[in-house]
Write a protein that binds this ligand. Structure first.
Ligand code: APR
Length: 234
């Protein structure tokens, strides 16, 4: 059984990384247009670098939780493909042991050059005047997909959904497209769809389970692996 898993900020919430739209969330503290748009970066690159430097430091302090680790166990022990498509820019999936991770909104630990497109591991602190390691232009930026920009890996995601059997959405409010539309694509393609979230985001899923990810995800992974063990015993 091939599984595509979409994760959002909710899977990292119990690791201490704030979500965006819950009470007190990031977008209540910072205006999106100032810190998460190309226009905001052009207007005040220092502010945007300070915003992502703070998020990078916060993510580095955080530890993967039981949900991240359970998904890594699923990837190791499940006989079918497991792809994690994450909207998150932290690296907790990777530090929790997952290898097949696609960051569709970019990654805090990656930097890119607006002039030549080169990407490299981001330093802890980035500054407006940093020269690009490849073309030396002072046009470096966090490799984050801002509002109005094209998410990364869309072709891979769409082709993976076409061959998958199950689509699981974990810890996302389902408010930002194109990620929010994956469940409709999955339904149209005949995949089974499951939501694991603190609260039900939409009625679009075949099944919705509500609760904290650190409880729902390990339980679900154990179900999948024990079904797999039972089916190989026959
Ligand atoms: N366990 C499971 N789900 C949780 C938990 C938890 N402990 N805590 C919060 N949630 C759920 C909330 O109920 C909500 O549905 O996680 C979701 C968080 O929603 P958002 O804050 O909107 O985050 P997300 O869905 O990832 O946002 C998508 O929007 O701003 C952009 O690029 C940003 O990638 C982000 C995208």
């Amino acid at each position: 059984m091939s599984i595509v898993i979409l994760t959002g900020a909710g899977i990292s919430a119990e690791s201490g990384i704030g979500t965006f739209r819950d009470a007190g969330g990031l977008w209540e503290q910072y205006p999106i247009e100032q810190v998460a748009t190309p226009e905001g970066f052009a207007a005040d690159p220092d502010l945007v670098h300070r915003f992502y430097n703070a998020r990078r430091a916060n993510a580095a302090q955080a530890e993967p939780n039981a949900a991240h680790r359970a998904l890594a166990k699923l990837e190791r022990q499940h006989t079918g493909d497991v792809l994690i498509v994450t909207q998150n820019v932290d690296d907790l999936h990777e530090r929790g042991g997952s290898q097949n991770v696609l960051h569709m909104h970019g990654a805090l630990n990656r930097a890119t050059c607006s002039a030549c497109g080169h990407t490299w591991p981001a330093p802890t602190e980035m500054h407006t005047t940093d020269p690009c390691p490849k073309c030396t232009a002072p046009s470096t930026r966090p490799d984050i997909v801002w509002f109005g920009e094209i998410p990364q890996g869309m072709n891979s995601i769409e082709s993976k959904l076409r061959t998958a059997d199950l689509f699981v959405s974990i810890g996302t409010s389902g408010t930002v497209y194109p990620a929010a539309g994956f469940v409709q694509s999955a339904n149209a393609l005949g995949l089974r769809t499951l939501e694991l979230n603190l609260e039900t985001s939409s009625g679009a899923f075949d099944e919705s389970r509500t609760g904290p990810a650190t409880q729902l995800v390990p339980t679900w992974v154990e179900e999948v692996l024990s079904q797999q063990r039972n089916s190989t015993k026959r």
